[in-house]
Design a protein around this ligand. Structure first.
Ligand code: GLA
Length: 368
């Protein structure tokens, strides 16, 4: 790993300077001297992706992205709220720049996401008087949205998260109680897949959700996908978000999760992987006195490295089902977990540290 670990004690000073010069010419941000990035270690397994914003497509972060990954997902720029802010106005700027970057660097592009209850623009559920629209109007708007966005990136985006998070976390509830469901009933789900397929018959269409390691929620996801497929709806693959933590999932939970999904015999992807260094909490909450220690201690580092090792061992085991693993954010410099579940609590959930250097967890992921 990196020239930092070269044993310099036996090297005389002029020789050391020369050696360092050669090494720094050879090495670049986050890349091993050997030139191997994550994507290279996993070449015979699955593509390794990362979620990106237009901001990281320049400078050091861009270099880290292209040296380590062979797939990208726009973190926000294809979400309805960003790409379709007003009924007759699309904003393709961010999404276009990510797509152009990926094509320039011969990377795959996952589209994320066509229909979700969050980050939706206010106009979509309202008429000009501010009243809730009818099912017919909402479905027409959804069709226009999906057709426009999928057609624009046809042949470029190879896979779409068509529908995101429609299954409820509550035991007694099947579908999430969202505005989509209240206005349309569950029909919007099958329509979304059908329209995406019409717009780009080659794109692989995913249902994507989180907390897939919970047996009750997983059973509902599997049930829904089976029902839709039995009706001929083109749900072709399943995205497991994998927003995990040092203590969750356990080895057994991981194994059961993959065994259950693999039994569907559909392609699976890990679509939003990160491993928080804090014990898992599912709900947002206020910061408390006990949250004061946000240092990246060696205990946190070791626990995280071990959890990453466990996860990737399972991913490799299920390589015939798994067609991609995507990290949610690039490095510990910035992650959505810095503000969730506790606002302003620094987290360190990724394989690269705040200076873009590979962490202990990186080593565990590539040592096999
Ligand atoms: C969900 C969404 C992602 C992202 C994360 C949090 O998992 O699918 O797009 O918003 O929440 O960052």
């Amino acid at each position: 790993m990196m020239f930092r670990q070269t044993d310099s004690r036996k090297i005389t000073r002029p020789l050391l300077l020369g050696v360092l010069g050669v090494f720094s010419a050879l090495s670049c941000v986050g890349q091993e001297v050997s030139g191997q990035g994550l994507k290279d270690y996993y070449q015979s397994f699955f593509p390794i992706g990362v979620s990106v914003s237009p901001r990281v497509l320049k400078g050091e972060e861009a270099q880290l992205i292209t040296s380590q990954f062979n797939s990208v997902t726009p973190e926000n720029d294809m979400k309805m709220g960003v790409i379709h802010p007003r009924e007759n106005e699309y904003n393709f700027r961010g999404a276009d720049s990510i797509v152009a970057f990926a094509l320039r660097n011969k990377m795959k592009i996952r589209g994320h996401t066509l229909c979700w209850h969050n980050q939706v623009p206010g106009w979509i559920f309202k008429d000009e008087k501010g009243d809730t629209v009818s099912k017919e109007v909402l479905l027409k708007r959804l069709k226009d949205h999906i057709t426009t966005v999928v057609t624009r990136y046809k042949g470029k985006v190879y896979a779409w998260d068509v529908v995101n998070e429609v299954i409820s976390d509550k035991k007694e509830e099947f579908y999430r109680n969202s505005a989509w469901l209240r206005i349309c009933g569950p029909e919007f789900i099958e329509k979304a897949f059908t329209w995406a397929h019409e717009a780009d018959p080659q794109a692989v269409l995913f249902y994507n959700d989180y907390n897939e390691i919970n047996p009750a929620k997983r059973a509902k996801i599997i049930q829904m996908v089976k029902n839709l497929r039995a009706k001929g709806v083109p749900v072709q693959a399943i995205g497991l978000q994998a927003h995990w933590a040092v203590n969750e999932p356990s080895e057994d939970q991981l194994e059961e999760t993959f065994a259950d999904f693999a039994a569907l015999q559909l392609p699976l992807q890990v679509t939003e992987l990160d491993i928080s260094v804090y014990p898992k909490e599912h709900e947002a909450r206020e910061r408390k006195a006990s949250d004061a220690d946000t240092s990246y201690s060696s205990e946190k580092e070791n626990n995280q490295a071990e959890q990453y090792r466990r996860c990737f061992a399972i991913f490799r085991k299920y390589k015939t089902s798994l067609t991609g693993v995507t990290f949610w954010n690039l490095s510990d410099r910035h992650s959505w977990l810095d503000n969730f579940p506790v606002h302003g609590r620094k987290d360190y959930p990724l394989l690269f540290d705040r200076n873009f250097q590979p962490k202990k967890a990186f080593k565990e992921v590539v040592s096999f």
